[in-house]
Design a protein around this ligand. Structure first.
Ligand SMILES: C[S@@+](CC[C@H](N)C(=O)[O-])C[C@H]1O[C@@H](n2cnc3c(N)ncnc32)[C@H](O)[C@@H]1O
Length: 383
């Protein structure tokens, strides 16, 4: 409890708790994986139940009380009525920005599930080798696994050999909805550390080419290490900050904008962010998202597809971005695509993936296709 309280004490908007956890716990040989995980669970419980805590009592006691709330909720969520959750589990401003439902509020207080994506052909072996790992929906998503064990996955031989990736279910759906074909050219324009790039490459059977760009060069360095571990070779890295000058003149079969966002869809996994994110962040990010979409869209070839994904559910970062893009880019039309988890439903050009459905991150995905070549330049001054 004291270690968890010390981490909470050091955490802030600038020094988020998940980063503090990584730093503090990385050199603790006296703690086994189960104990390390327990410290992390306690820190996250503190932020999940912060609204219920009395700030005037010593921090270790608040942390213990938060852990007790989490235990009570895990056993019986009905003890926490929706009205109370709405008052205490989220800041007030959120109600103006998205549809707050009892199911979503309950999902926010639920401890996250750990999702894995087995690399092609490795699902059976990974399930067999990792203790407490099972397929989620072998018929529809044969590579998606749920891990409920305690071991440090990064140290397993299967991870080191690139047999699986840690990737949330709905992030996996982004790649599957993009559905790139072997031999195509794609641009992963906010590639970060390469989670979706690895998936796109697997779907392309390592054939064709993916341009991977990001404004963060250090993230791109991590992407290279990850790709090397997974023996992914069909990519090319280039820094890009979202500006008018694109990193290449290539016209792509597909462009994925996995945009920076407020992360509201991850607030069960990263509950501290509820208390550090502001409505101004949402507005600023919405403007950045529109700019990234408008600029990168110029690289989509006629007949190619443009996919926008964010792990948030605020109107400003979802519907408003789509509406702004539709207004300004008439040479694109919304492209209905199928969600592989709901093949019985008609394809749609927007997908709302709420976290309460399967205990995964909330995501929003929109897709378009280019119907005619761009009028140059396709971007208004000032964007
Ligand atoms: C949601 S993350 C991407 C995650 C990544 N696609 C994955 O699957 O692992 C968003 C990324 O956008 C990058 N980013 C933020 N602002 C940007 C900008 N103006 N231009 C380009 N990339 C930006 C961030 O560095 C971050 O890596």
């Amino acid at each position: 409890m004291n270690l968890a309280a010390a981490i909470v004490r050091q955490s802030s908007r600038e020094q988020p708790a998940d980063r503090q956890l990584r730093w503090t716990l990385k050199d603790r040989p006296e703690l086994d994986p189960a104990e390390l995980r327990q410290v992390a669970r306690t820190v996250f419980a503190y932020y999940r139940w912060l609204g219920w805590l009395n700030a005037n009592v010593p921090l270790p006691r608040q942390v213990r009380e938060a852990a007790e709330h989490q235990e009570r909720f895990n056993k019986n969520p009905a003890l926490f009525p929706p009205k109370k959750l709405e008052q205490l589990a989220i800041p007030e401003w959120v109600r103006d920005h998205l549809e707050v439902t009892p199911a979503w509020l309950r999902s926010l207080q639920t401890e996250p599930r750990l999702w894995l994506r087995a690399r092609p052909g490795h699902a059976d072996n990974v399930c067999f080798r990792l203790v407490n790992c099972e397929p989620f929906n072998p018929k529809l998503l044969p590579d998606t696994l749920l891990f409920t064990g305690e071991q440090d996955l990064f140290k397993t031989p299967e991870f080191q050999a690139g047999e699986f990736e840690l990737q949330d279910l709905n992030s996996q759906l982004v790649g599957l909805i993009c559905n790139p074909a072997p031999g195509q050219k794609w641009w992963d324009a906010c590639a970060g550390e390469g989670g979706k790039l690895m998936h796109l490459s697997d779907l392309m059977k390592n054939q064709g080419l993916i341009w991977a760009s990001d404004r963060s060069v250090s993230r791109l360095e991590k992407l290279k290490q990850r790709a090397a571990r997974g023996r992914v070779y069909n990519y090319q890295v280039a820094a890009w900050d979202g500006g008018l000058k694109l990193p290449t003149r290539t016209h792509f079969d597909g462009v994925l904008i996995d945009a920076p966002c407020s992360g509201v869809g991850t607030w069960h996994r990263n509950p501290q962010a509820r208390w550090t994110t502001t409505p101004q962040d949402v507005q600023e990010l919405s403007a950045i998202q529109i700019r990234l979409l408008m600029h990168s869209a110029r690289a989509v070839k006629p007949g190619g597809r443009l996919v926008y994904a964010v792990c948030t559910l605020t109107r400003a970062e979802t519907n408003d971005v789509v509406a702004a893009f539709n207004r300004q880019m008439p040479e694109f039309r919304p492209l209905p695509l199928a969600n592989p988890l709901t093949p019985e439903k008609p394809p749609n050009s927007v997908h709302w993936l709420w976290p309460q459905k399967h205990g995964s991150n909330g995501m929003f995905i929109a897709s378009w296709t280019r119907t005619k070549p761009a009028a140059q330049p396709a971007v208004q001054p000032g964007l």
